[in-house]
Design a protein around this ligand. Structure first.
Ligand SMILES: [Zn+2]
Length: 356
């Protein structure tokens, strides 16, 4: 657990909005290079690793995917006063942005998203939700010339959040940080690559998931897998909830790995669902099902490549996902590794509808 926490801390703190995954890829590459048989970085920036199985041939080729990118910002304009206009990269709720600290560009220039002060607002202004186009990033520059010496149009930004452990209680170990979607999945995949399995494993760290599952699409074409599992951080809305509301949350913190039945991008392959259910039962791992119909993942792109790929998703529930500070339970992460590792030891051609 200490190792998972430490790796999550390092990867969560890395800079990696969609299209600028270089820093997080370098950190992951250093971790996995000693663990795998070979690796390559493709034209879009996906890190594709290969680890041969030790089972009898012919062996299934299983692709595990985790996306390196996170939601973030791109600078679109530098104003006369040195204020920076920006656009969101990926799904960010503008209501979360006011007064948040950010880091901009390759030099990680620190800034704050400016917010109106209460003294100057009337009742109507105070109630209005500001749109992202009304907001600017302030890096403390004197004017546009000063700002342009540090930041240029097209620079990327991320939330300036540092990882924090919230609880070391083994029964309820929690942590707070940014980009758990999908650095939690990246941690799970790095950890899984430490072992060898009967099947051939392609561990793929993808780019540009948050802007349309783009890296996974080309990586799956190259790998041509027999089956694919995406490792994700997913919506967890068990808190806060309105009093007395009688609905089922999408996932609950601490209830184990969340298995996708159906989201907006994928209907999970029935054979792979059966594999995960059999594995969970045999290993005594508690799993939960993500409420159907929400979100999309790399598996949505992977399952439609070439002639089709049986695919599913296993995810770590993450409160306040796509915001500056998410919260996860590290037991859910540890059990995701356990579940998927055990599934790789159990998977048979019958699970993916292939004759031996
Ligand atoms: Zn994700």
């Amino acid at each position: 657990m200490a190792e998972l926490r430490e790796l999550l801390e390092r990867l969560s703190n890395e800079f990696g909005p969609s299209g600028r995954e270089r820093a997080v890829r370098a950190a992951i590459r250093a971790e996995v290079e000693p663990l795998v048989d070979r690796l390559e970085v493709d034209a879009l920036g996906n890190l594709i690793t290969f680890k041969a199985g030790d089972g009898p041939e012919p062996r299934l080729k299983v692709m595990l995917a985790a996306h390196m990118d996170e939601v973030g910002f791109m600078i679109t304009q530098v104003g006369k006063g040195g204020q920076l206009s920006f656009k969101a990269i990926g799904g960010i709720d503008a209501r979360l942005l006011l007064a948040k600290r950010v880091l901009i560009g390759d030099d990680r220039v620190p800034g704050v998203i400016g917010a109106p002060v209460p003294h100057l607002q009337n009742h109507e202004q105070a109630r209005r939700v500001l749109d992202i186009d009304d907001l600017t990033i302030d890096i403390g520059a004197e004017n546009d010339k000063d700002a342009k010496a540090k930041v240029k149009v097209g620079d990327y930004g991320v939330f300036a959040t540092r990882f924090t452990s919230l609880s070391d209680d083994p029964a309820w170990p929690t942590a707070r940080g940014k980009a758990f979607d999908d650095r939690a999945g990246c941690v799970a995949l790095v950890t899984l690559l430490a072992e060898r399995y009967p099947v051939d494993v392609y561990g793929v760290f993808t780019v540009q998931e948050e802007v349309g599952l783009r890296g996974a699409r080309v990586a799956a074409y190259r790998v041509e897998p027999d089956a694919a599992i995406s490792l994700e951080g997913t919506i967890c809305d068990d808190l806060p909830r309105p009093q007395g509301e009688d609905t089922t949350p999408v996932t609950r913190l601490g209830d184990g790995p969340a298995v996708t039945l159906m989201d907006r991008s994928l209907v999970s392959h029935p054979g792979l669902l059966r594999l995960l259910q059999e594995t969970a039962a045999a290993e005594g791992i508690r799993i939960q099902y993500k409420a159907p119909g929400l979100g999309g993942t790399d598996s949505g792109a992977i399952h439609l490549t070439r002639a089709g790929v049986p695919a599913t998703v296993v995810a770590v529930p993450s409160r306040y996902i796509h915001g500056p500070d998410a919260i996860i339970n590290l037991n859910d992460l540890a059990n995701t590794v356990k579940l998927v590792g055990a599934a790789l030891r159990r998977i048979e051609p019958a699970h993916v509808g292939r004759e031996k």
